[in-house]
Design a protein around this ligand. Structure first.
Ligand SMILES: Nc1ncnc2c1ncn2[C@@H]1O[C@H](COP(=O)(O)OP(=O)(O)O)[C@@H](O)[C@H]1O
Ligand SMILES: [Mg+2]
Length: 223
């Protein structure tokens, strides 16, 4: 852990429960240091981590206090894999984190390019780091111009279909903020809210993802 991040943990930026979870993951060897925050959001912070073997991982730490539980419950409900949506904050965030782990696993198995999940404990998810040669994180689709924009759009379209047909999942928050570009290829991220195709609002979410992609494809940089 860098001195700065260590201080952050000690100074109480993370609550006791989160600190314990981070220590547990470190003790089990999933990462050794938290290097720097890649992103701080309303629901989660994402850090680059490094293992003892000098491999990078992405560490997504869900916030217990400020997460939007009403929304989370909406996406957790009706999912046959999570029948018992618990009513306390920790329980919900823990399930949410596990849900993102499983969604990433199922998407990967179906052949959709997204970070490979490594481990989820409580509110912390460790996954494959999507980075560049120099160790910096891969940029968001919204911030780059790709060499072959049409090809990238087509690939994302294919991923929406493969997710639906093979993994029986709908991303449900697809946008240029949740797609990274690594080696000119799209990588889908942020799968916590992805729902089963059996969800009562499945078709609505699918349509929204498709609309979002269409809007992206209409931007001048994709023509
Ligand atoms: N596996 C990863 N590898 C590299 N960067 C990542 C990874 N996952 C997330 N990020 C970065 O962290 C940001 C937030 O992650 P995301 O999963 O979208 O969480 P949020 O719920 O805050 O939107 C992303 O926009 C991306 O820049
Ligand atoms: Mg996101």
């Amino acid at each position: 852990m860098s001195r700065e991040e260590n201080r952050k943990i000690e100074s109480g930026v993370f609550d006791e429960y989160t600190k314990k979870t981070i220590y547990k993951l470190q003790n089990k060897g999933y990462f050794d240091t938290l290097d720097f925050p890649i992103s701080t959001g309303k629901e989660a912070d994402v850090y680059r981590g490094t293992t003892r073997d000098e491999e990078h991982v992405a560490v997504k730490i869900y916030r217990i206090e400020t997460s939007n539980f009403k929304d989370m419950k909406k996406y957790l409900a009706f999912d046959p894999r999570f029948d018992e949506v618990r009513n306390n904050k920790r329980g919900i965030v823990k399930q949410w984190c596990k849900k993102e782990y499983k969604n990433l696993r199922d998407a990967n198995e179906a052949g959709v390019r997204c970070p490979k999940p490594i481990k989820a404990i409580n509110n912390v998810l460790v996954m494959e780091y999507i980075g560049r040669e120099d160790g910096s994180p891969a940029p968001l689709l919204k911030d780059v111009e790709v060499e072959k924009p049409k090809k990238v759009i087509k690939k994302i379209e294919e991923y929406i279909d493969t997710l639906y047909d093979e993994a029986e999942l709908i991303h449900s928050d697809l946008s240029e903020f949740n797609i990274l570009i690594q080696d000119q290829e799209p990588v889908l991220i942020d799968m916590g809210q992805a729902v089963s195709t059996k969800h009562p609002q499945a078709e609505e979410f699918l349509e929204r993802d498709r609309d979002n992609l269409e809007k992206i494809s209409k931007q001048s940089k994709f023509k």
